[in-house]
Design a protein around this ligand. Sequence first.
Ligand code: HEM
Length: 495
Amino acid sequence: MMFVVYMGCILLLLYYLYQKTYSYWSSRGVPFDKPFLIFGSFFDVATRKKHIFHVIRDIYDKFDTPYVGIYILNQPTLMVRSPELLKKILVKDFDKFVNRKVAVNESVDPIAAHTLFTAKDQMWRGLRAKISPVFTSGKMKLMVPLMKQCAEDLNAYLDQRAGETLEFRNVTKKYTVDIISSCAFGVSSYCLKDDNSEIMQVATKLLDLKSFVRSFSIFCFFFMPKLVDIFRLTLLDKVASDHFIKMFKSTIAERQNKNIVRNDLIDQLNNLKDNEKFTDEYKFDDIKMAAQALEFFAAGNDTTSLTISFALYELALNPTIQDRLRQELKETFAKHGDFTYDAIYEMKYLDMVVNETLRMYPLTTFLNRSTTTKYTFEETGFTLDEDVSILVPVAGLHFDAEYFPDPEKYDPERFSEENKNKIQPYTYLPFGDGPRNCIGQRFGLLVTKMALAYTVKDFAFERTAATAVPLGLDPASLFLENKTGLHMKVVKVKQ
Ligand code: HEM
């Protein structure tokens, strides 16, 4: 009898907690996705039943309202579906949505606190204004010779393995680690030449999403900021970060002692520091500069290497598209004698292939902002409280048949000169949008295009029994990754 009473009390308590925690949206008359106790809308993500990419698409597809209330654990979050409202959040009224809702604690994690991704308000503005000149097209052009060296190494790597079936996430990661080590740290990591490269191991450790500690830390930074303070968590692995900071400092010292100029990211950061004015809002010291280089590594490495491997995967599944791309690459190479910066940007079909790859594989799946003050949507009259998290469902928008007909089809034609202007603004967001979009977009696109140019011209990528079709995302991964990897056969093509 007492057992029944106890159980009854526990159930009542759970019901009370559920109502108290999850009445935020219903009490404000906002349509909402029915939450699970403790996990809110992300039960399937927490129990690893579904990848977050599919959960976002499912919620997006279930509603046709401009926005939907969801709960990430117990945190009320507004998923905004309407492109018109997204324009306001990302661009027009950006001042009211400057920050991402992520934890920052300078005393625990000084590196993360000085990165663009986590920085807030005035500090973000000062830092962004300072770093933006590093990524102009002029600066990118100067880095092409460094990138070309790594792209040629990638070509040589494939040449030695022609006829074999390779796992491409691993291959393209070696290439991007080589490029970012060279451009942001001024060192050659030789990942493509040496299977035991020390930098490859450290780079993998830096943001190793297969490690429980790292995944837990990242989850807390986004969704349970109090635990960041309690457990003194860092966003990036501490040992790997220290290794890179040491490397960064020694390169800076060497460049100053020997007057070396390479026109890479490290030179650009150093120039910014040397030309600082008294009036600059944000001033560099060694740690703050190293934090930028580390962020370039963390934000630019997996995103770019996965984009390249997904492009090769889709080319293997779509040989006609692959042949057309190779034709363009050969003609352009013959015209310019090399893949120069201008040659890369002249290739329209290459651009279409990369854009469609980023539509089908938007690596971050969602964008995040939060309200800096109360905000009223004029269209509906609904007022959002201060400090409410906003989720932009990139995965949902990219697969909405209204914006991208037959969305499961890989079709670069969507981005042809004629068609791309018909794409509704704020429905295609692989790099985000507005003043807080991806600062490394030009760098990431150039590195991706160089890799495709130097490989697809000389090699065919073929589907084999080992190629995962359908892809089947791994629910445990934060980025878009499948469990078995991306296997394709490499075949040398006749010149
Ligand atoms: C294909 C490659 C890449 C993709 C798909 C990608 C995607 C993104 C996305 C979606 C965001 C969030 C934008 C927003 O909230 O509106 C972002 C932010 C950012 N990305 Fe990238 N990225 C890529 C490559 C890079 C590279 C190569 C770098 C650096 C070298 C980089 C550095 C950053 C930084 C620093 C931010 C934070 C910007 C801020 O808050 O001001 N990314 N990226």
